[in-house]
Each structure stands twice: as structure tokens, then as C-alpha cells.
Design a protein around this ligand. Structure first.
Ligand SMILES: [Fe+2]
Length: 236
């Protein structure tokens, strides 16, 4: 996940006023506030067409994902200031913004890697251990696709449908999360292998209100190689 480290404005001002730091070695002793930046995509915006239009991908990445990152960074800075002030009410009040915007950053960072152009393997069913696990837990790859599509279509409002590795049960399973809740909110034992964004901003410009059509076509550009690598890394 892309990030850069900044010293919070408050921490910097405070340190300089107190004479505790100079712009040389002193700054290295100030606690650094980590902020995040938009990760690059490994493919062009139009490379997933016709399954997902270039216009959707550009707006989704540059506007929506960027907005989550901007607001997450802002919330982190506010949290840092609130902690320094000992303002517990503010700390607690910031939690929903952190969950929503931090979750949006986590989820979209996964989502971009879950997609690939068809000439780079997009849509090719998983092979190896993940393919065998899907067969064992869902009966077939086709059954998994149908069940994930159905659960994604049935999810009320905005959210995500996930293929997860349950590290406790050692099984792959489907989960859904509302809003921008990341999969980790359903348990630390769940590892996201594949996340599909079912917010309207992910499909409306092309599919209008017909979410099932979006869910029918997205499988043509799913990067199962990435999901398999994640599975192999966690299941080993
Ligand atoms: Fe999204």
C-alpha cells in the first residue's frame, strides 16, 4: 500500500517553538505521522473494456479512491492532534471517519489488484491450490461465481462481496461487508483473496442500475493469479 511519512503540522510547530528540534537531526526524533497516497494501477484505465469502461475506471480511481485517501489522511491528522490534547471525545468521534475512509483505501487498493486485462490473464480461472480449494468448498468454479454474483447482487445498499480464506477453518468462503467496511471487520482470521466493489460508482455509468449485469461481466477481467498468490501465501 502506497504511503509517505510526514511530520504533523502541530507536532512540527510545537517542536520548533520549544526548541526541541532543529531541521537537522532534531526532526528525526519527532514522532512521524504516516499518511497515504493513491497507488498506481498496473494497467491503463481503458484496458478492462468492454467489461468495465475506461471512464468508470478513471473516475473510480482518481476521484473516489483519492477521496477516501484524502479524508483518511485528514482524519489521521485530527486523531493525532486529539491524542496529543488528550481529547477522548474527539478521538472516539473520529473512529467512524477512520473506518469508512481507511476502509475505502484498503478495499480499493485490493480491488485494483483483483482486476487484469484479458490479454494479461484477466478472467482465466484459478489453477493450483486455490482452484482445488474452490472445488472442495463450493463444488466447482462455476458454482462459486454464481454464488458470489448472487450475494453481491442481493447486498442492500453499498458494499463489497468477498472471497475470503478462513485461516481457522482452512476453507475459502464468501462474505459481504456493508459500506466501506474492510473484510477484517468480520474477523482477523479472514484473508481477502478477491473483493468486488458493488457500490454504484463502480458500475452505474455503464450498467445504470443493473448491478447483476456488472457482476456477470466483471468475471471476464478478474485476476485469479493475484488471488491464487494471496491464497498460496496465507495457506502455506
Ligand atoms: Fe469503489
Amino acid at each position: 500500500m502506497a504511503f509517505c511519512a510526514l511530520v504533523s503540522k502541530k507536532a512540527l510547530g510545537s517542536a520548533l517553538r520549544s526548541g526541541a528540534a532543529d531541521l537537522g537531526s532534531g526532526l528525526c526524533q519527532i514522532r512521524r505521522l504516516q499518511t497515504f497516497s493513491l497507488p498506481d494501477l498496473s494497467y491503463d484505465y481503458g484496458a478492462l473494456e468492454p467489461a468495465i469502461s475506461g471512464e468508470i475506471m478513471k473516475i473510480h480511481h482518481q476521484k473516489h479512491h483519492q477521496a477516501y485517501i484524502t479524508n483518511y489522511n485528514k482524519a489521521l491528522e485530527q486523531l493525532d492532534e486529539a491524542i496529543q490534547k488528550g481529547d477522548t471525545s474527539k478521538v472516539v468521534g473520529l473512529q467512524s471517519a477512520i473506518k469508512f475512509n481507511g476502509g475505502g483505501h484498503i478495499n480499493h487498493s485490493i480491488f485494483w489488484k483483483n482486476l487484469a486485462p484479458t490479454n494479461e490473464g484477466g478472467g482465466e480461472p484459478p489453477k493450483g491450490a486455490l482452484g482445488w480449494a474452490i472445488d472442495a468448498d463450493f463444488g466447482s468454479f462455476e458454482a462459486l461465481v454464481q454464488k458470489m454474483s448472487s450475494e453481491g447482487a442481493a447486498l442492500q445498499g453499498s458494499g463489497w462481496v468477498w472471497l475470503a480464506l478462513d485461516k481457522e477453518l482452512k476453507k475459502v468462503r464468501i462474505e459481504t461487508t456493508a459500506n466501506q467496511d474492510p473484510l477484517v471487520t468480520k474477523g482477523l482470521h479472514l484473508v481477502p483473496l478477491l473483493g468486488i466493489d458493488v457500490w454504484e460508482h463502480a458500475y452505474y455509468l455503464q450498467y445504470k442500475n443493473v448491478r447483476p449485469d456488472y457482476l456477470k461481466n466483471i468475471w471476464k477481467v478478474i485476476n485469479w493469479k493475484h488471488a491464487s498468490d494471496a491464497f498460496d501465501g496465507e495457506a502455506a
